[in-house]
Design a protein around this ligand. Structure first.
Ligand code: ASP
Ligand code: CP
Length: 325
């Protein structure tokens, strides 16, 4: 189909030569600092456009296949909203058991099928490396929306954007990652992404849920200061960003082990008395008890704002891989 002429009323042109056109987004390792600056700028434009016009036709006629093998509220619905706000449409496969996956269809065949109908595929899957397998099978761009305990790159991008919007910069910050650092794909991606900046990273986790040693080594090689703790009190007062995570129940084979660590940390107004006045608390969500709702009205509670930033970042990413930014 011929490409329609660019709309001069939009801040974005049709840029088939744009560097991200047709690219997969599989890991945060793909991004440089300059890429992040660019994504943040486009996400900013998206925010303004949504505020001013709500929905516009940048991706009119484009179709997203939203393929989720694992539960999701935010990632799935924000990609849908992002596509629809850009004038495109979505094939939702939120429950693969109603698709031919339940008849035994493989991931590569499922992806090959969907790319016959869609221009871009967003995939969440329980296995590490699944997004890369899908990308190998597909000619169209695949965006990793979480591959098991591996990565969740679009979450890390929206997390970094949140920090930038809320605190104005990333260099010089102390970021404390708390909770299930072993299984949490969001913290794996975020720690990697933050290593592009001059940050200090604190890891607070029960002994059995520590940040994987390979990841600590990878980040150490970038000369990033890191420290591990089992309790929060030693590092909370110096923290600029407290990134809280859920203990990932679905990754435990022994429920008794999950039960033994699930309530390890609870952030509430009392705990937060020891923190700075100017800092933020983030959480990729869903939360299941690790942040008390009593803290929600504190201006430092950024986790609901963080979800909204995700819409603008995902709009930016869709526009980029479809050659419109
Ligand atoms: N929603 C995030 C994820 O899918 C975090 C979580 O589920 O705890 O990784
Ligand atoms: N943050 C996140 O990925 O949320 P969902 O699991 O609801 O998509």
């Amino acid at each position: 189909m011929p490409t329609p002429p660019p709309n001069p009323h939009l801040p974005f042109g049709d840029q088939r030569t744009a560097p991200w056109y047709g690219k997969d987004i599989l890991s945060v390792k793909q991004f440089s600092r300059e890429d992040l600056e660019y994504i943040f700028a486009v996400a900013h434009e998206m925010h303004d456009m949504v505020n001013h016009v709500g929905t516009f036709d940048l991706l009119k006629g484009k179709i997203l296949a939203n393929l989720f093998y694992e539960p999701s509220t935010r990632t799935s619905s924000s990609f849908t909203a992002a596509m629809e706000r850009l004038g495109g449409s979505v094939i939702p496969i939120n429950e693969v058991k109603y698709s031919s996956v339940s008849k035994g269809e493989s991931l590569p065949d499922t992806v090959r099928t969907l790319e016959c109908y869609a221009d871009v595929i967003v995939l969440r899957h329980p296995e590490v490396g699944s997004a890369a397998i899908a990308a190998k099978a597909a000619r169209k761009p695949v965006i990793n929306a979480g591959d098991g305990i591996g990565e969740h790159p679009t979450q890390a991008l929206l997390d970094a954007f949140t920090i930038k919007e809320e605190l104005g910069h990333l260099d010089g910050l102390t970021v404390t990652l708390l909770g299930d650092l072993k299984h949490g794909r969001t913290v794996h991606s975020l720690a990697r992404l933050l290593s592009l900046y001059k940050v200090r990273l604190n890891y607070v986790a029960p002994d059995i849920l520590r940040m994987p040693a390979e990841l600590i080594d990878e980040i150490k090689a970038k000369k990033i200061e890191q420290a591990e703790y089992t309790t929060l009190d030693a590092c909370l007062p110096q923290t600029d960003v407290l990134y809280v995570t859920r203990v990932q129940k679905e990754r435990f084979s022994d429920e008794a082990v999950y039960e033994s660590v699930k309530g390890a940390y609870v952030i509430d107004p009392q705990v937060m008395k020891a923190a700075r006045e100017r800092m933020i608390v983030m959480h990729p969500l869903p939360r299941v008890g690790e942040i008390s709702p009593e803290f929600d009205d504190d201006p430092r509670a950024a986790y609901f704002r963080q979800m909204e930033y995700g819409l603008y970042v995902r709009m930016a990413l869709l526009a980029m891989v479809l050659g419109k930014a």
